[in-house]
Every structure is written in C-alpha cells, then in structure tokens.
Design a binder for this molecule. Structure first.
Ligand code: DQA
Length: 153
C-alpha cells in the first residue's frame, strides 16, 4: 500500500493557550483536543497529519521550508502572525504546496487589523469562524486537493 500523504498542520503564537485563552472567542477545546481530532480525521481520509505549534515566527518559517518537497499540503492557523508576517507569506509561497488558512474566530467580525492577512495571498482557501471544526473541514478539502482522483463531493 502507498504511504499516506503527509499534511503539515501548523499553529501560530498563543494557540497553545486554547481552552483557557478568551474562551468566549476561541472555545473550551485545547490545542491537544484539536490535534487529536485532526489525527483521527486524517486517518479516516488516509492522510498522515503532522500537527505542530510554535510561538516563534522563525520556527514556523523553518517548518514550512522543510515541508517543501516532503509534505503534500499545509493547513495553517497563523494566529496573529497572519496579520503581520511577510516572512510566513514568503515561506508559504516558496513551499509550492496547497495551503489552507484556518482561523477559529471570524476575523472579519473583529477589529479592522484582523481583516487582512498576508497568509491569505498564499492560500488556496480560507476557513474562519467555525471554531475547531474549521481544521477538520480544511483536512477534508486538502484530501480532495492532494488526491483529486479520489475526490469526494
Ligand atoms: C486567530 C485569529 C487571530 O486574529 C488571532 O491573533 C489569533 C487566533 C483565530 O484562530 O481566530 O491568535 O487566528
């Protein structure tokens, strides 16, 4: 059997505090809960999920660079770095992989500085406002992007 394709699921700064951080905005689920749900959905889709979090922009850049030629796609919640980081945008562009950007909250209903993200310019698609379900929907979409022949409706 062919090796399952690997999807890098990246989480940016402060997402390690999910569950205790502003639960009215981000919910009660921890990042570990979301990671477990992603691993289960990946298994069901025949994808290997490599789920990571960093509070450091450069570490995220390095992981994205390493994904080039190794991973089949990237799901990323860049958190605040989405709004500020040209370095993350450049890394995602050089990765030459399908990218799905996820935000737990609906960034367009929030402060104006959250309405724009650099990461969106490298993204095949963007999901926001659906909480942790957004990660699972991103994996469903990614399965179609990386295995188009097995595409689901
Ligand atoms: C976030 C939205 C960002 O604006 C914020 O800085 C985050 C989390 C989200 O998942 O809703 O840290 O990416």
């Amino acid at each position: 059997m062919a090796k399952p394709k690997s999807i890098l699921v990246l989480n940016g700064p402060n997402l390690n505090m999910l569950g205790v951080r502003q639960p009215e905005l981000y919910g009660r689920e921890s990042l570990d809960d979301i990671g477990r749900a992603c691993a289960a959905r990946g298994k069901a889709l025949g994808l290997a999920v490599d789920f990571r979090q960093s509070n450091h922009e450069g570490e995220l850049v390095t992981w994205i660079q390493q994904a080039r030629g190794r991973a089949a796609g990237i799901v990323i919640n860049p958190a605040a770095y989405g709004h500020t980081s040209v370095a993350l945008l450049d890394a995602l562009l050089l990765a030459e992989l399908p990218v799905i950007e996820v935000h737990l909250s609906n960034i367009h209903r929030r402060e104006a500085f959250r309405h724009q993200t650099y990461v969106s310019q490298a993204a095949t698609g963007v999901i926001c406002g659906l909480g942790p379900q957004g990660y699972l929907l991103a994996l469903d979409a990614m399965a179609n992007l990386v295995n188009p022949k097995k595409a689901r409706a």
